[in-house]
Ligand binder design. Structure first.
Ligand code: PLP
Length: 430
């Protein structure tokens, strides 16, 4: 994610009228009009392959024909667009679909809270609820974690570029080291356990731990199942709830619907947003174990907690992609292919691969190099972004539905860009 403020657009109205807080448009200074699948078209009709996918909001691609048809049918039949949090047929269908195809087959028992439609709002609800349930204040969040930019969530976010925008104390969060933060030889889970067990460590008893299984914005650091299980056990031992923020890593991005499947993790609270609606419509959820649902009516409120269009497309997406194991099998195959392609690039330039599933990338060494690689990709018709503390990771987040040919062609562009940028650097050094 770039946070620079260079002035590069091809349409003056953006510079003239829109706040300079905008960011992605600086990396991709074109005006886009249409999109289909993994392809997005600028105003002149030039096609780009999308390896950003709305930062994992378009896991099923742009304008999936079945999701689009479900939404058009619903709108054409005058289905309710806005209903606050009233019962609607669209919500009923979504809840039944989510229960039947997501929760039940995985043996998961959760209540669903519809929060305001952004990821940050789901995180705010999760943090508030943990504090309400435990009567404690401190939330343990991890180095390089990203949880959103509203004040509560921002306190849990590590990145100083985002934090400095608050201009007010960001409180109520204690920072702990993520898996591998101090290198392979230091077990950060043991460290945290020791700090929480020592009455003189200065750590307040925590209400919750909040963790991403793969840190999307923080550099594609993937925690091991072993570390996550240990962290989960430590949370439990110290009376804290365990929150998995699955906003970026969920909805199939790591290969399964939830990013922690198969690990035996059993979070107390799960946050979801981004690809949940399946079509890029704003929609967020906080899932909680039923015993934690102690909210009073309207205690965490919001006008847009019932995006009925999103209920329709989310239910259609779950029905289409998650009613059998076919999509997951495809993801496993694509993830292996992605890993192999990235290993080859990393090996050629003596670099490291990061992440897992369809959420992988390469540490290009510095932010400047990663940015140059992404710029080169864009010139070649590929939209791709950086991640990490210094923006040093070139991050591949293609739609999960991308066909193999387009995926391969996009990865060819990435490979050539690494060669162009790092090969030039090597030649200059010789
Ligand atoms: N949590 C994670 C893991 C995220 O990746 C993000 C956004 O990138 C958020 C929370 C915040 O979501 P939103 O930008 O919709 O507020």
């Amino acid at each position: 994610m770039t946070l620079t403020t260079s002035k590069i657009t091809n349409s003056e109205v953006f510079d003239r009228v829109e706040s300079q807080v905008r960011s992605y448009s600086r990396s991709f200074p074109k005006t886009f009009g249409k999109a289909q699948g993994a392809t997005i078209f600028d105003k002149s009709g030039k096609a780009y392959t999308d390896f950003l996918a709305g930062c994992s909001t378009l896991n099923y691609g742009h304008n999936d024909p079945d999701l689009k048809a479900a939404l058009i049918d619903y709108i054409s039949a005058d289905g309710i667009t806005h209903g606050l949090d009233m019962f609607t047929e669209a919500k009923e269908n979504f809840l039944e679909t989510f229960e039947r195809l997501i929760l039940k087959p995985r043996g998961m028992d959760y209540k669903l809270q519809f929060t305001g439609p952004t990821g940050a709002n789901a995180v705010e609800a999760a943090m508030k609820l943990a504090r309400k349930v435990t009567g404690r204040n401190s939330i343990i969040a991890f180095t390089n974690g990203f949880h959103g930019v509203t004040l509560g969530a921002l306190a849990a976010t590590g990145n100083s570029g985002h934090r400095q925008g608050a201009n007010t104390p960001l409180s109520g969060v204690t920072r702990a080291a993520y898996d591998g933060y101090f290198g392979a030889d230091i077990d950060t889970a043991d460290m945290l356990d020791q700090q929480l067990s020592d009455p003189s460590s200065g750590f307040d008893a925590p209400a919750a731990f909040i963790v991403e299984t793969v840190q999307g914005e923080g550099g594609l650091n993937a925690a091991s199942a072993e570390w996550l299980l240990k962290i989960r056990a430590i949370a439990r031992r110290h009376g804290a709830l365990f929150i998995v923020d699955d906003i970026q890593a969920g909805c199939g991005r790591t290969g399964s619907f939830f990013s922690f499947e198969g690990m035996g993790l059993d979070p107390d609270i799960i946050t979801m947003a981004k690809s949940l609606s399946g079509m890029g419509l704003p929609f967020a959820l906080t899932l909680m174990k039923p015993r934690l649902d102690i909210w009073k009516p309207a205690e965490h409120n919001g006008t847009f907690r019932g995006n009925n269009h999103a209920f329709v497309t989310a239910a259609a997406a779950i029905q289409k992609f998650w009613s059998d194991g076919k999509f997951e099998a495809e993801l496993a195959e694509k993830s292996t292919y992605l890993g192999e392609r990235l290993d080859a690039i990393a090996e050629a330039h003596d670099l490291g691969r990061r992440g897992r599933g369809m959420m992988q990338g390469i540490n290009a060494g510095t932010g400047a190099v990663a940015e140059a690689i992404c710029r080169s990709c864009f010139r070649s018709g590929l939209i791709i972004e950086t991640s990490g503390a210094h923006g040093e990771i070139v991050k591949i987040l293609s739609p999960l539905t991308i066909d193999k040919q387009q995926f391969a062609a996009g990865l060819d562009i990435v490979e050539n860009a690494f060669e162009e940028v790092l090969g030039t650097q090597r030649a200059a050094a010789e």
